[in-house]
Every structure is written in structure tokens, then in C-alpha cells.
Design a protein around this ligand. Structure first.
Ligand SMILES: [Zn+2]
Ligand SMILES: [Zn+2]
Length: 254
């Protein structure tokens, strides 16, 4: 299995793209602005989209992706998310006011877009990969994902300040090779980070004390204004872990 990082920034501007990861060729984990760099042919290969939550930086390209490829596909595009997140998409995005409801066209019986509820603790298996929704703590209902290739596992925290339940899963994942975890703000934005339920370096490193398994820790979702400073603060205060910055276009084999 390979995961290609289409976007991992907490904002836009220049080369920055927001969260989206491509698993093999047909599975997207979140649909931020990184999706827009794929070729039309690559876009038509996408069949499954797993969403962590409904915040715009994680779904920005979903409506236009659906509109762009659905005429070129015979099978529907499937969106997997928690019941709460799917409810937001139906009410606020695919509602005929902001964008067409592709779950009703060309017909309700054979729609272009279909929804599958995947709440915390539920798994589904696609192309040898088991994808499990895991607990996240954010300002809106959110999940992270555990991707198990059978050989190794990669965990993505989503936007989350983590919880004991999250660390229980991380530490019980015996074949864990990579942990992608967010840090949006630098330490000087400590209060804002707490209010927005994002990490800053101080709170990230506090939470990483719960990690009891060796793995590569990859930091994502850095806000462009302070991305260098935030990474410096993490690396300066990191005592023992293998931590690096997740890079756009990075290819992770697991
Ligand atoms: Zn968010
Ligand atoms: Zn976000």
C-alpha cells in the first residue's frame, strides 16, 4: 500500500494545499484542496472517499470532484463518514442551494454519489486495506483513521487533540509504522489552539508521552503563517521520538 500526500497544510497560498491523502489510486482520505492537483485521469480513478469531519479544509474539493468525474464513471462515488458528518454534507453542501444533490441524480435508485456511515469503531475493507474510524476530539464531530495494509498500519489522527481512547488504539496496534498527527499552531497561539481543539507543540508533546510504541511520527496541518516556527518548537522540545514534518507529495509505503 502507498499513501500519497496531496495536501497537508493548515491553509492555502503558494504551494500550500489542505488535507487530502491518496491511498493507492482509488481511495481518498479527506478531500481538501490537494485533490485539485490530480490529473483528470487520476481523478476518475477515485472510487472511495473517507472523511474525518466536515470542516471546509477537509471537504473543499469534494463537490467539484463529484461534478468533474461523475459523468465519466459507471459506478457511484462512495463517501464514508460518521452519521454526523454525512448529515452536515447533506444539509449544508449537497442541498441544491450550494451544490446539486448527487445522491438524487440521475435518479435516487442509481445515484452518482452514495453515502456509507462509518462511525467510531467501525471498519471496512477495500483493496486489502482495512480502514477503521477511530476516536477524535475536535470542535465538531470528527474521527481519525487506522489504515491496516496487513503488513503495517498507519494511523491518522485527523483534526484532534486526542484522548485516552485514541492512545489505547495506537498502543494496541502491533504493526504500527506511521502516526500522522496534527499541529496547527505555534506555542504563542496556545489559547487559540486550545479553543479550536488543535495542537500546538506544547500540547502535542504532552500527548505524545502516551505513545508507547516505536513508529515514525509525521506532523501535519501546520498553519502557513507559523509553519517553520511550529516545527522548530516541536523538534527543539522533542526528547526521544522520531518526528518529522509531513511533506506534500510525500509517498509513504506501509
Ligand atoms: Zn477541523
Ligand atoms: Zn483542518
Amino acid at each position: 500500500m502507498h499513501l500519497r500526500i496531496l495536501g497537508c497544510s493548515g491553509g492555502i497560498g503558494g504551494a500550500n494545499r489542505t488535507t487530502s491523502f491518496l491511498l493507492n489510486d482509488s481511495i481518498l482520505i479527506d478531500a481538501g484542496t490537494g485533490v485539485g492537483d490530480l490529473s483528470f485521469t487520476a481523478l476518475t480513478r477515485i472510487e472511495h472517499i473517507f472523511l474525518t469531519h466536515a470542516h471546509l479544509d477537509h471537504i473543499a474539493c469534494l463537490p467539484m470532484l463529484a461534478d468533474t468525474i461523475l459523468g465519466s464513471r459507471s459506478a457511484p462515488l462512495t463517501v464514508y463518514a460518521s452519521e454526523a458528518t454525512l448529515g452536515v454534507l447533506k444539509k449544508h453542501i449537497f442541498n441544491w442551494a450550494v451544490w446539486p444533490d448527487f445522491n438524487q441524480i440521475p435518479s435516487r435508485e442509481a445515484p452518482f454519489l452514495r453515502y456509507v456511515t462509518l462511525d467510531t469503531g467501525q471498519s471496512c475493507r477495500i483493496e486489502e486495506c482495512t480502514i477503521t474510524a477511530i476516536p477524535a476530539v475536535h470542535t465538531v464531530p470528527a474521527v481519525g483513521y487506522l489504515l491496516d495494509s496487513g503488513k503495517n498500519s498507519l494511523i491518522f489522527s485527523g483534526d484532534s487533540v486526542c484522548s485516552p481512547a485514541f492512545w489505547d488504539i495506537v498502543n494496541a496496534t502491533e504493526n504500527l509504522s506511521h502516526l500522522i498527527i496534527e499541529t496547527a499552531f505555534s506555542n504563542r497561539e496556545y489559547e487559540l489552539a486550545n479553543a479550536a481543539k488543535h495542537f500546538c507543540p506544547f500540547t502535542l508533546l504532552e500527548q505524545l508521552k502516551h505513545l508507547s510504541r516505536p513508529c515514525q511520527v509525521l506532523v501535519t496541518h501546520l498553519k502557513p503563517a507559523d509553519s517553520e516556527l511550529t516545527m522548530q518548537e516541536i523538534l527543539r522540545d522533542n526528547m526521544s521520538l522520531s518526528i518529522s514534518r509531513l511533506e506534500q507529495n510525500q509517498l509513504i509505503h506501509f
